[in-house]
Design a protein around this ligand. Structure first.
Ligand code: FES
Ligand code: FES
Length: 164
């Protein structure tokens, strides 16, 4: 059987994004990253390398972190996607967002949405037991500004407060 998808094949996909159902009709080869940015105007998720190497595009898919540049939108049918835009509730920043501000966990900010989504998943996975563990489980998120020490401090702060 031929499993290849013909160029230009369009598919209907319904995805829950930040709690709301979104219907999309798009090329079967479109990534989740491009669908979020170009179809849904959720540009908080950043495109860095577009090759799975930098972590800038990290979002949660059914609560687990994924690289949205390596995930096809068509694979997300019926699934729950959480982006950086979905974290603040009732006008209040999420505790991880507040901690990044408190600890200056960014400079240019380009990597920051991916860092925060990854940090959220790491905290929920219980992987913030030490600075070494935080560094290891954040190692897929690169920061060209070198804000790493402050990012680790922000994550440790949230872990210590138990507020994730
Ligand atoms: S843009 Fe996805 S890993 Fe770099
Ligand atoms: S804050 Fe600039 S790339 Fe991380």
């Amino acid at each position: 059987m031929d499993d290849t998808i013909a160029a230009g094949t369009r598919v209907d996909v319904t995805v829950r994004v930040n709690g709301g159902a979104r219907r999309l009709r798009l090329d079967a080869r479109v990534t989740l990253l491009d669908a979020l940015r170009d179809e849904l105007d959720l540009t908080g998720t950043k495109k860095g390398c577009d090759q799975g190497a930098c972590g800038a595009c990290t979002v949660l898919l059914d609560g687990k972190r994924v690289l949205s540049c390596l995930t096809l939108a068509a694979q997300c049918e019926g699934r729950e996607v959480t982006t950086i835009e979905g974290l603040a509730a009732d006008g209040r920043l999420h505790p991880v967002q507040e901690a990044f501000i408190r600890h200056d966990g960014f400079q240019c900010g380009y990597c920051t949405p991916g860092q925060i989504m990854s940090a959220l998943a790491l905290l929920q996975e219980g992987r913030a037991g030490s600075d070494e563990e935080i560094r290891e489980f954040m190692s897929g998120n690169l920061c060209r500004c070198g804000a790493y020490p402050n990012i680790v401090a922000a994550i440790r702060d949230v872990a210590d407060r138990g507020s994730e």
